[in-house]
Design a protein around this ligand. Sequence first.
Ligand SMILES: [Zn+2]
Ligand SMILES: [Zn+2]
Length: 583
Amino acid sequence: MNQLTIASGGTAHLPICIAEQADIAVQTASKELSHFLRRITGAEFSVRTTDDNPAIRIAVDPSLSEETYRIRCDSTGLTITGGSGRGVNYGVFGFLENVLGVRFYTHDITKVPQCPELILDEMEITESPVFEYRYCDYNMPPEWRVRNGMNAGIPGMFGGSKTYALFVHSFNWLVNPDQYFDTHPEYFSMVNGQRVKHRSQLCLTNPEVIAIATERAKQYLRQNPDATLISVSQNDCYNPCECPECAKIDAENGSHAGSLLHFVNAVAAGIEEEFPHVIVDTLAYQYTRTPPKVIKPRHNVCVRLCSIECCFGHPMETCRHTASFAKVAKTSEQTFQEDLIGWSKICDRIYIWDYVTNYAHYWLPFPNFHVIGPNMRFFAANGVKGVFEEGNGHSVSPDMTEMRTWLLAKLLWNPDFDVEQGIFEFTEAVYGSAAAEIRAYIKLLEKRVTEGNIHFGIYDFPFVGYLDPETLAEAQKLLSAALKKTLTFSERVYVEKAALSIEYAAVAQAALLGQTDHDRMDAMFEKARTLGITRISEWLDWYPSTRILREWSPAKSITENLAGIASIADITPLADVENVISL
Ligand SMILES: [Zn+2]
Ligand SMILES: [Zn+2]
């Protein structure tokens, strides 16, 4: 056989066949294929539970690993198999994308080539993702995530997710201070000689703490039978325990990761008999980022290394700049790249928690398109097994959320994905006749960051180096030109979102200088509302909430400007805020 006719003249030549007992995920995959083949060829493809020959067959193949898929076209027809229900779905979407040219760009823009005469050559393609855990939390629909190869946030009908019993910052869930502190203060961090209840961690060498946490972890796992991971990880603050026992282990290991792993290994050993398939995941975050010198993670432990202090304007492999708030975090002098290489020598399951937006200003441009490829390849080259790209999980961001997350999804599947080419085809498809201006805007910021050697982090101020007056004016010019193009309704929405990002930079800069134009600010918020963009920053009441932005006075200090926002003190000490804001 040389060629197989799938459809011609509006008629399907083959049925889609699945097993009679096919599970829900295989049924979904067959319906998705039928749907898209109809849109491509104009022909109706029935889904049957018969064993036709030739046919389009969709099935689980248990000889493949869970997320591997295989596409085979020969004289028996077209066969798409995967190692699991989700793997089968990756197979169907991989076929649509890589063989037929379909693209799942955004929740509302899918490119579907028209091909009424669909004839396939003989082929055999086997594909597997490079990382075992692939997630980016930008607000995209679950079906978009699975179509683009992610494996978290996926509904059961597409084969489900890689599931955590507890996700992150879980110490308080394992040993609750409200339940235990009053009777057992020794369960919690000793800081400057005092046991601390709020913004605290656990005393990681206390055997009773280990026993309680282990039992609690087992309870969570019994309640979540689908979970294959459980997070046993520090709270989102500092204050590691300085009691003599914890301090001794940390001194031996040259890192607070010493006492952390002592604890996590003990919990991992304690759950293993009942849950041999579960991995205990912990964080190497801020004060635990540096790998320990002596202790090693157990075989059923995953270390999730967090890049929070990094510069995101240059590839992590080469830029040694560290955000100044790292000093508050008491992170060691070692750089992130040294820490990653160090962990890779003692740990065979490293996940990365990476950051792809500005959390203090979700709306500011975050010009990192040129580093996401090199960073993903740096992770892969150091044996990383999973990557979480944290974006804006609250709302849509004006800063090209949709393109950013599509590019990240492609890189999560294959770190060698060509981002430059991806940007070209995405902008052509989504921004229409404004695509060239949008690409010029991306290049403008990239050039400014690269040529100006500008480092930036995830909490930078609107006066960050790449938003200097000349660059801002040039960006405004490009986006105004983009908005003047003849655009479809959808293209205009995407261009307006990108333009809002630069408008926000200008408005926020003016506000900080005490030059607020209230009409312009009102118009900006109204535009954001119509675009469905609601959230300015990760913390609703932190700078720059709309209220603080409106009332900001350059005559007052940062602390005075923030005074009266009571709950800020609950989130983080003002000293930390000042440190972050004054970067
Ligand atoms: Zn302790
Ligand atoms: Zn840098």
